[in-house]
Ligand binder design. Structure first.
Ligand SMILES: C[S@@+](CC[C@H](N)C(=O)[O-])C[C@H]1O[C@@H](n2cnc3c(N)ncnc32)[C@H](O)[C@@H]1O
Length: 239
């Protein structure tokens, strides 16, 4: 599958019906990234009974995993078909997850609503990062936590995620990423500070092994050259 216009978000709707089927390798890759992210995020937050927004949730991989950890999860994504599939899946699995269609730049939630916002593999796709971070700060309660991962911007990240993953190995549909939208860790920390956050640790994330199906499994890495994850918090008395 190719994505003729770079960063065209229709690809998520196009594969929505197969999101949970395990038939599409790049969708399985997103699923395989969940345990490593969740393990690292969970070092910094106890999810039990927390109100958590999964921003850019697509078909709900992270939302479901967060629910299994005891969080009260809401998922939001502009891809309507993906949200429809996520909603059906939650019903099938007897999970209480609220899913909404919406964009990060204009979140359909009141101020001070969530304890945490999780945003994985999304920031490098959004049209207006500054607006998204302002919206995340708005919907978080004072002291709330923002947990993210995204892709670094440099020649090695471009080579790994576009030349190798998209063009050579076909691990991602061609055109999934626009390398200009990748974000350097320092830029993200600066943008978070402008939105009122105090940045916490960041760490690398990448392949650590291969499973029986021949897909990559993932874990934290000591370098942030390609994918990195991190967290930031709002001060307790910020609002
Ligand atoms: C690579 S997928 C990641 C999906 C999911 N977070 C996961 O890891 O399984 C990127 C997602 O970001 C969503 N997205 C893109 N732009 C967005 C925006 N401005 N606001 C919210 N979500 C957005 C897309 O619709 C898509 O579902």
């Amino acid at each position: 599958m190719t994505n003729k216009q770079r960063n065209n978000l229709d690809i998520y709707d196009d594969v929505a019906a197969d999101w949970w089927s395990d038939d599409i390798r790049w969708v399985r890759t997103l699923k395989n990234l969940v345990p490593a992210r969740l393990a690292w995020f969970s070092r910094h937050i106890d999810w039990e009974a927390k109100a958590v927004l999964d921003l850019g949730c697509a078909g709900g991989f992270m939302a479901e995993a967060l629910t299994d950890k005891g969080a009260n999860v809401t998922g939001v994504d502009p891809a309507a078909q993906a949200i429809s599939v996520a909603t059906k899946r939650a019903k099938q699995m007897d999970q209480v997850i609220r899913y909404d269609i919406g964009v990060g730049e204009n979140l359909p939630y009141p101020d001070d609503h969530f304890d945490a916002v999780v945003c994985v593999d999304v920031l490098e796709h959004v049209v207006d990062l500054t607006k998204v971070l302002a919206e995340v700060a708005r919907v978080l309660k004072p002291g709330g936590l923002f947990l993210y991962d995204t892709i670094n911007r440099n020649p090695i990240a471009r080579l790994a995620t576009i030349t190798v993953a998209e063009d050579v190995l076909g691990l991602l549909p061609q055109g999934t990423h626009d390398p200009k939208m990748f974000i350097k860790p320092r830029e993200l920390r600066d943008a978070l500070a402008k939105a009122g956050f105090v940045s916490g640790p960041q760490t690398g994330l990448g392949p650590r092994g291969i499973n029986r199906r021949g897909d990559f499994t993932f874990g934290p890495l000591p370098f942030k050259t390609i994918i990195y994850m991190g967290l930031a918090s709002l001060p307790e008395f910020s609002k």
